[in-house]
Every structure is written in C-alpha cells, then in structure tokens.
Write a protein that binds this ligand. Structure first.
Ligand SMILES: [Fe+2]
Ligand SMILES: [Fe+2]
Length: 155
C-alpha cells in the first residue's frame, strides 16, 4: 500500500467515526464519549505520524509552504479536540464545537487528498510512495498503541 492509500484509509476511518457521532443522540452519552475518545486517539496519532513521514518528505522536496499549512491545521484540530475533552458531551457547547471541528477536519482531509496528493504524486517516485506508506503504517501502529490507555486495549 502506498502512502496515499494508507493515509486515505485513516481518513475514511475517521470520517466514518465522525458520522457515527453525528448519529448519536444526547441521551447516548456513553456511546458518544467512547466514539469521541477513539476519534481523539486516531486523529492525534494520524497527525503525528503524517508529520513525521509524509510532510517531512514533502519538506525535503521543497514543498515547505504546504507542509506548514497542514501542520498548522493539525495544531488547530488537536487544540479543538483538547477543548472538547473538557466539556460534557451532551452539552450544546460540545455539539457546536464538535461541528466546527468536523468542518475544519473535512476541509483538511479533502485538501490533503485533492490538493497535496496530486502534488506529491508529481514529486515522489512510486518506490518512494511505497516506502513512505510502509513507514507510515509501522509508525502509526506503535504510536496509537503507545497513547491508548491499557484498559481501552483490554476492552
Ligand atoms: Fe493531515
Ligand atoms: Fe491526513
């Protein structure tokens, strides 16, 4: 799997989790909390690994502007997730903020897939894209495992 397919796989998984959150009602507090927790871990690990692999390689090829733009959006999204974690999931405040986070997230994921991937495909060879995909996958597994609390792995 090359880097584009591997990143897209994560994007689709997180899109699906967000859609599931939007399907929950205020009364399904536990379910919403659990989904939110999963999204936070996924997003955090995805951003870190994407920065250390895809965007590092992008910068090395001179595409620093795009890499910084993406990192800036990662930063904003991580902050929004941290803020959401401090609010009750059944509050109006949480729902508004989650909606805003989701809007930025959708924009970010689409921009990566529709704008940065075509650019990257012009500057990375097929071999480079394959090896970046492998690197991403390996690092994502260990990063996600490292930040997941033990009781969540057990359940
Ligand atoms: Fe990203
Ligand atoms: Fe991404």
């Amino acid at each position: 799997m090359d880097i584009y397919e591997r990143i897209k796989q994560d994007h689709d998984a997180v899109r699906e989790l967000c859609a599931q959150v939007e399907d929950t009602t205020n009364r399904a507090e536990k379910k919403r909390e659990q989904l939110f927790r999963q999204i936070s871990l996924e997003i955090w690990a995805h951003h870190k690994v994407e920065e250390a692999t895809f965007y590092e390689a992008f910068k090395k090829k001179g595409e620093t502007g795009d890499a910084f733009e993406a990192q800036n959006e990662h930063h904003m999204l991580n902050n929004m997730m941290d803020e959401l974690a401090t609010m009750p999931v059944d509050s109006e405040q949480w729902q508004k903020k989650f909606g805003a986070m989701k809007e930025l997230l959708d924009h970010h994921l689409d921009e990566e897939e529709e704008d940065f991937f075509p650019k990257a495909k012009k500057i990375f060879s097929k071999e480079e894209a394959q090896s970046l995909g492998k690197m991403f996958d390996g690092r994502k597994k260990v990063t996600l495992a490292a930040i997941t609390p033990l009781e969540e792995i057990a359940s």
